[in-house]
Design a protein. Structure first.
Lengths: 206, 1101
């Protein structure tokens, strides 16, 4: 009788984390972080995507994305960032997925629509190479999730995999370059790249 | 033929409507027929039918279907043994289901049958009241009015939810989302297409406590809505009952409305007489109000919420809810015992912080681990604190049963909050209804709270404790732990009795003391010692004591846990000790298991520590919360924010993370047993973190409103609201001054406190590195210079004059000459020079202000004027941001000085907010629109609002509020299909703008986004020849306005589009003066918006 009972936002969330897994892999590939031989071509949502060959890398990305599932389901996740940072933990570039799921209207969503919308991200990503900056030596990367509020006590194993990050923040507001925005009903998703601002002194204001 | 007819009419193109109109029934939507009844009829059967034409056929058919429905309905009713319980909740509702829905339309039909509604198979404007559908084809969305004929288009969940709520819910929250897409935050009360719906809940005028004020607030609460706010200000001003206040920072907030002042007063820092009284009474309570409470205490308040009640018990009982009492929040906290306990901590911290806490902290830090073994702890607790304090001076009551309760009304529905020992002997307990208590003990005396006395006694209590011991952990106002391990020379028992004696002598209340090796044991000992005794559990007696102790008396073991333990046949700690730690942890969870294990052995790893800094500050109300509509909710939120802001200020804290907690009635929850309680609720919470910590009430209100909105829930379901601020920082005293606008203004720009709402924009602008031009418009500047103005005028000390670079030339130029020269003197004659200099460099926009002089009229002010002020490059790259004031404030300024500005009309209709115009009474509207110089036909572009005018005229304030609340008008240029701007541009007289609208019309089928319009503009227009200067300014203004509204529309969800537009704009800027100006005006605005939402700036390569 009530379609809301079977938690349709869970369906959206599952699609989303799956998508995130692919997209994160794409970003890492795009950055040339690993040699391109470390990836293999796969097809996802009918688009050619890359997948990590190395099981550990694959596993990291997979667990990162799926570890988010409980938080996304609860609507806690505000942004998911793929952060590339230099040796001294200062971010060089951050790919931000800003997401909002509106659970109240998730009922009517169809899987196909959402996939269609998400596909546009996967199409846009490989052609966004011009946006990104070359990485410095010895850099590292991580996936960071920004939550709307701190989660309550961890209730499952998956959630425990997430730890507070110690990556430094930028002092100045970053420069944002949007990559793709999706503004559909159950899910609003925006992907943009943040670079540190040219740290010139602020003109009028201290 | 059928097929085509069906599709035709379901599209409801106006042509087919006309055709079918004459016929008895407007039929529509063949789809439904097919699914519901099988594709029974075919063309041939129709031909051979006895009906003369299709119309009469449909008439008969509808009649038949209706009869079928009714028969089935009555059949199902009788078969279900008609339910008195199943109310006919859909009485009067007649739905038409369009397209695929979940639940299916068959099910919906069944529901309607069962619950007294009607189900129409064919759409008819006359019989259908609601259209139910899950999604609409694009064509219908575009042509919604043609499709829905003004009926509400609602999601099926409305029906489902209504059934589960067992009453007819408002359909507004269930409106089809697709429709909202085109107009985000479309007002529930203002949407033109809904005006015909029977249950549009237009608010009643009498319950509009804060018309003008809340508008302002609401405006400010919608991010980046300067435009709207600008208009609000005009509203304020033109409301006719506006009284100027000389205190600058109050200017915006003060508006006196004679009719409503009694209700309004709680709302504002008012300045009329009544309000002053209110304020002073508020001030009396500041000790309570200005204090913080930590998380814990408010969780407590969640549990036994509402031992408090509004003071007006004599008056109507309905005042006890948010529904009736506009001062609810304030009264709630004034009378809440839990609030007292909660906020007491902060008071304590302040009081004793300076003296000894510093030392204590260090001490306790060291002693935590090593000394744990040999420590001695005394737990002191005043006996039945809340009662004994009240009766300490009433000896006649000392041995009588007495209980404290907020009210002693004969109904006895109030809860007892504390009872003294004689009363407890009768079985009277805290939390009991007075009625029951009186059954147990008829001679029970009920006394009210006396918060001042509580404070006094608590202070005395702690004074005594601090005299004897340095390591004190204050648990509550009447309860503390003393770590006396270091005091080797004093026997703990002797110390305890000394302290108790002193307490009794000083306060007149008896205290009990427990002594033990750990905090746990000390506390357990106190329990034995009570009342008025003391008890020592020495280390060797611990096991013996615990052996027989029922598990329920361990702290942390509540009724649930106790029951669980009892099912395992564990009743005493002795039995508990037999179970291994692992199995306890397995059964009860890691933490609880650990706790049980160690408590049953008398172990307690906590050590006596000083009061900790609160991690969060907030307020929560779970009692008496009932909202009638969105507005009640927002009003309540505002009050709550005020409270929280006061608490923050009381603690001298500012916070960055704001968490809004909502208690929402569970779907199947009954009205709670406790009067006005919260009952069975779902707890929801959301939070938001802002970059800069704040305690500003307006920021709080803005944020909390946003959060509240994000829950997307029916306000009627809300049973409790709490707002918490965390990530606290101590408010730097140097920042303190900047809390008020005036001081912010008068201080140098460097010290600007960015977290402040109003200044946020301006500050951001300044920060954005390359804003060489001045951005027009924006309420921040409006306000800012507003108060700047008033600070001049109220003759504030000269020292507080803003630096000259902060003055807004626009304002200055429009000042009456005598005023200007006065100002000039204060600036040492430099002002004129500056003005001259500016004038030379600037093209002055001809837009003139537009405030109708009528009391209720409100015409949108120019949200911005397209004046660009070229950086008056005095030195290096230092660029001044000129606070820029749209004219309304000028008008205000001048009216203060009783100098009349006659030419108040905007030069073009494009500056007029159509929605506002339509709200005006008929004759006034005619008058106003008659005053416009040219092209005034656009105003009729949407005729629906006009129709609603009459209705809304009756409750002008209500509609305005509602409209603001959801932000209908701020996107007005983008409202409609095609959007309003297309019309306006079409007749703008500027070839580029006309081109815009032309291109839009070309692509109108696909509802193009702006970037594609721009794209086409670039490709189609080879060269731009800029219009003459006059037209240019106008065009610049129009385009700016368009883009600004577009940014606001898109900034949250689609920066990609904004990014595209601005890249295109940049390309256009290279070719056209017009776009160059627009681009330069808008970049800072864009960056500020982006910064607010994303904490960064957009890179536009």
């Amino acid at each position: 009788m009530n379609p809301k009972d079977d938690n349709p936002s869970g369906e959206v969330a599952r699609t989303l984390v799956e998508f995130l897994e692919v997209a994160i892999t794409m970003i890492v590939f795009l950055k040339g972080f690993y040699p391109s031989a470390a990836f293999e071509r796969r097809r996802y949502m009918n688009v050619v995507v890359q997948r990590a060959r190395h099981p550990e890398l694959r596993d990291y990305i997979h667990s990162a994305a799926f570890g988010l599932l409980p938080f996304i389901e609860k609507g806690l996740v505000e942004r998911v960032a793929v952060i590339f940072f230099s040796e001294d933990s200062v971010p060089v570039e951050r790919f931000i997925f800003k997401l909002t799921i509106n659970p109240s209207c998730a009922a009517s969503v169809e899987e196909g629509q959402l996939e269609f919308a998400l596909r546009s991200f996967l199409i846009k990503l490989p052609v966004s190479k011009s946006l990104v900056k070359p990485l410095p030596q010895n850099c590292r990367w991580e996936v960071t999730a920004y939550l709307r509020s701190l989660p309550q006590v961890c209730s499952s194993k998956a959630e425990e995999l997430w730890i507070p990050t110690d990556t430094k923040q930028w002092q100045k507001p970053p420069v944002i370059t949007p990559v793709k925005s999706l503004n559909s009903e159950p899910l609003c998703l925006q992907l943009y790249v943040e670079h540190p601002s040219l740290s010139e002194p602020q003109p009028c204001q201290a | 033929m059928k097929r085509s007819f069906g599709s035709n009419s379901s599209n409801n193109s106006s042509g087919s409507n006309k055709k079918t109109k004459k016929k008895a029934t407007n039929s529509s939507n063949q789809k439904t027929l097919g699914v519901a009844w099988g594709a029974a009829s075919s063309r041939s059967s129709f031909r051979s039918s006895p009906f003369s034409d299709f119309g009469s056929y449909m008439e008969v058919k509808n009649q038949k279907l209706q009869n079928q429905f009714e028969t089935e309905a009555s059949a199902s009713a009788s078969s279900h043994g008609v339910s008195d319980s199943e109310k006919l909740i859909f009485q009067g509702v007649s739905i038409f289901v369009d397209g695929f829905t979940i639940p299916s339309h068959q099910e919906l039909r069944g529901y309607m049958m069962k619950y007294g509604g009607r189900f129409e198979n064919y759409f008819s404007r006359r019989s259908v009241t609601h259209i139910i559908c899950s999604n609409l084809p694009d064509s219908k969305v575009k042509n919604l009015r043609a499709f829905s004929r003004g009926l509400p288009v609602v999601k099926p969940s409305w029906i489902v939810d209504s059934i589960s709520a067992n009453r007819l819910l408002g359909w507004v929250p269930y409106q089809l989302d697709q429709l909202n897409d085109t107009q985000p935050k479309l007002s529930a009360f203002f949407a033109p297409r809904r005006h015909l719906a029977p249950q549009v809940a237009l608010p009643v005028t009498s319950c509009q406590p804060e018309t003008g004020y809340s508008e302002t607030e609401e405006g400010s609460s919608i991010i980046a809505e300067d435009a709207e706010e600008a208009r609000d200000h005009v509203d304020d001003e033109t409301d006719g009952v506006y009284i100027e206040n000389t205190t600058p920072e109050m200017t915006e907030e003060t508006r006196t409305n004679d009719l409503q002042s009694s209700e309004v007063n709680a709302e504002r820092l008012g300045n009329n007489d009544i309000e002053e009284k209110q304020v002073s009474s508020e001030l009396q309570f500041t000790p309570n109000l200005l204090s913080a409470s930590d998380n814990r205490s408010f969780h407590a308040s969640g549990k036994h919420d509402g031992k408090s009640i509004a003071p007006t018990s004599g008056s109507s009982i309905r005042r006890h809810s948010t529904l009736e009492d506009p001062n609810f929040v304030e009264n709630y906290f004034k009378n809440s015992r839990l609030h007292f306990i909660g906020t007491w901590r902060n008071r304590y911290r302040k009081r004793f912080h300076g003296s000894s806490n510093g030392l204590k902290c260090e001490d306790s830090g060291q002693s935590t681990a090593e000394n744990a073994k040999k420590s001695t702890i005394i737990h002191i607790d005043l006996d039945s604190f809340f009662v004994s304090v009240v009766i300490r001076n009433r000896i006649e009551l000392h041995d009588k049963p007495v209980a404290v309760c907020h009210s002693d009304n004969p109904k006895g529905t109030a809860e007892i909050s504390s009872a003294n020992y004689p009363a407890r002997a009768y079985g009277v307990k805290a939390g009991m209804f007075v009625r029951h208590a009186k059954d147990l003990c008829p001679q029970l005396v009920i006394v009210p709270y006396n918060f001042e006395a509580y404070e006094e006694v608590a202070d005395q209590f702690y004074d005594i404790l601090h005299m004897h011991c340095r390591k004190i952990q204050a648990v509550s106002c009447d309860e503390a732990f003393l770590d006396v391990s270091d005091l080797k020379d004093v026997e703990p028992e002797f110390l305890a009795s000394t302290i108790r004696k002193e307490i009794l002598e000083t306060t007149g209340c008896s205290a009990s003391a427990g002594i033990g090796g750990t905090m746990l044991m000390a506390r357990l000992a106190t329990r034995v010692a009570k009342p008025a005794g003391q008890f020592n559990i020495s280390a060797e007696k611990v096991d013996e004591f615990l052996d027989q102790l029922p598990v329920g008396s361990l702290p942390g073991v509540g009724s649930v846990l106790k029951e669980k333990l009892e099912t395992q046949k564990i009743q005493t700690c002795g039995q508990l000790r037999l179970i291994s730690k692992d199995s306890l942890q397995k059964d009860f969870g890691v933490k609880t298991g650990e706790m049980l294990w160690s408590y049953s052995r008398g172990l307690d790893h906590r050590s006596v520590t000083a009061v900790q800094e609160s991690k969060s500050i907030g307020a929560e109300v779970n009692w008496g919360v009932r909202f009638r509509d969105q507005q009640d909710g927002h009003h309540f939120l505002q009050c709550l924010c005020k409270e929280v802001s006061l608490r923050l200020q009381g603690c001298e804290m500012i916070g960055r993370t704001f968490t809004l907690k909502i208690k929402k009635r569970k779907k199947d929850a009954e009205e709670p047993v406790k009067y006005m309680g919260c009952g069975d609720c779902d707890n929801l919470s959301r939070s938001i973190t802002v970059p800069t910590a704040t305690d500003d009430v307006e920021v709080l209100q803005r944020i909390s409103k946003k959060l509240f909105g994000s829950f997307c829930l029916d306000v009627k379901e809300v049973r409790g609201v709490g707002l918490q601020v965390s990530k606290l920082d101590s408010a730097d005293p140097s920042n303190k001054g900047s809390r008020t606008l005036t001081s912010w203004l008068s201080s140098a720009p460097a010290s600007v406190h960015i977290g402040q709402d109003d200044s946020l924009f301006a500050a951001n602008f300044r920060e954005s590195s390359d804003c060489k031009r001045h951005v027009a418009g924006g309420v921040s500047r409006l306000r800012e210079s507003n108060s700047a103005e008033s600070s001049f005028q109220s003759g504030d000390t000269n020292s507080s004059l803003p630096p000259m670079c902060h003055l807004d030339m626009e304002v200055l130029e429009n000042l009456p000459p005598e005023l200007l020269s006065e100002l000039d003197e204060t600036y040492g004659k430099k002002l004129f020079e500056l003005i001259e200099k500016k004038r030379g460099k600037r093209k002055i926009n001809s837009n003139s202000p537009h405030v109708s002089s009528d009391g209720t009229a409100c015409i949108k002010g120019p949200k911005s004027l397209s004046v660009t002020i070229y950086g008056l490059s005095t030195s290096r790259e230092k660029v001044y941001e000129e606070p820029h004031v749209p004219h309304p404030s000028v008008a205000r300024t001048s009216s203060e000085r009783t100098i009349e500005i006659t030419d108040l009309m905007p030069s073009s209709l494009s500056q007029v907010d159509v929605s506002v115009l339509q709200e005006l009474p008929e004759e006034l509207r005619a008058y106003v629109s008659g005053a416009f110089p040219a092209h005034r036909k656009q105003q009729s572009s949407s005729d629906a609002p006009m129709e609603t005018c009459k209705k809304q005229d009756q409750e002008p304030s209500g509609t305005k509020d509602a409209e603001n609340g959801i932000g209908f008008s701020y996107s007005s240029l983008w409202f409609g299909n095609p959007p309003l701007w297309v019309e306006i541009f079409k007749v703008s007289g500027n070839c580029i703008l006309e081109k815009f609208s032309e291109i839009y019309y070309k692509m109108v089928q696909s509802r193009p986004i702006l970037s594609s319009v721009l794209q086409h503009t670039i490709s189609e227009i080879g060269s731009f020849h800029d219009a003459s200067a006059n037209y240019l300014d106008k065009a610049v203004y129009d385009v700016c306005e368009l883009l600004k509204q577009y940014i606001k529309l898109k900034v949250e969800g689609d920066i990609e589009e904004i990014y595209l537009c601005f890249r295109l704009m940049k390309r256009l800027a290279a070719r056209s003066q017009l776009f160059l100006q627009v681009y330069e005006i808008l970049s800072p605005f864009l960056q500020a918006s982006i910064n607010e939402h994303y904490g960064g700036s957009l890179s536009i390569p």
